[in-house]
Design a protein around this ligand. Sequence first.
Ligand SMILES: C[S@@+](CC[C@H](N)C(=O)[O-])C[C@H]1O[C@@H](n2cnc3c(N)ncnc32)[C@H](O)[C@@H]1O
Length: 200
Amino acid sequence: MNYNYIAPYYDLLSRICFLNRQQIAHKIILKYLKANDKILWLGGGSGWFLEEINELNILVEIDYVELSTVMINKAKTRNHSNLKVNFYKEDIFKFETNQNYNIVITAFIFDHFSASDCEVLFTKFNPNLIIEGKWFCVEFNENQNLIQRFLTKSMVVFFNLIAGIKTKDFPKIDHLFNDFNLIEEKQYFWNYIQSKVYKK
Ligand SMILES: C[S@@+](CC[C@H](N)C(=O)[O-])C[C@H]1O[C@@H](n2cnc3c(N)ncnc32)[C@H](O)[C@@H]1O
């Protein structure tokens, strides 16, 4: 997988295609963050949301894991002066950590992988999330109407070509969180995008 080619345009494209709803969908996490939180952020992309967290002006520590050089270099230029951010240019499947986290963030990342790889990913990092910790997950709804199915198929073909993604559909992931409590959920873009805050 390689986001380097699309990286310069990704944020703009996503803002235009989804009328900024992918970005707005991130915001519900902000009120759950508190000083001294330790956050694991998987596939953070260009880091635009770092600046929103920075504006909270609370000191949180973030392990930011991103595979694309162009994306992570962009993220490093974001204003994160109030935060402690550790940038890791790594494949999340290979990233090793023995840290305990209060928060895990996955936003539009599970949809790159097969259902079995999503399970591997979830099982890999779930032990690092403390009891009562929160997993913040923003993804496309797994229940889609016909138009949304068409959009999904089109996006999958686009990202197959542009970023070398191997999957042919979005995986179903809601069941991964069966043992968590869903404490907040919001839907956007005619229920196509959903933001969920799960508590362990
Ligand atoms: C669709 S973008 C979403 C970016 C960001 N989370 C957002 O919502 O704006 C997916 C990001 O995940 C990264 N990514 C994909 N596979 C990855 C992997 N195996 N390890 C680390 N990052 C990965 C891509 O490089 C890309 O930046």
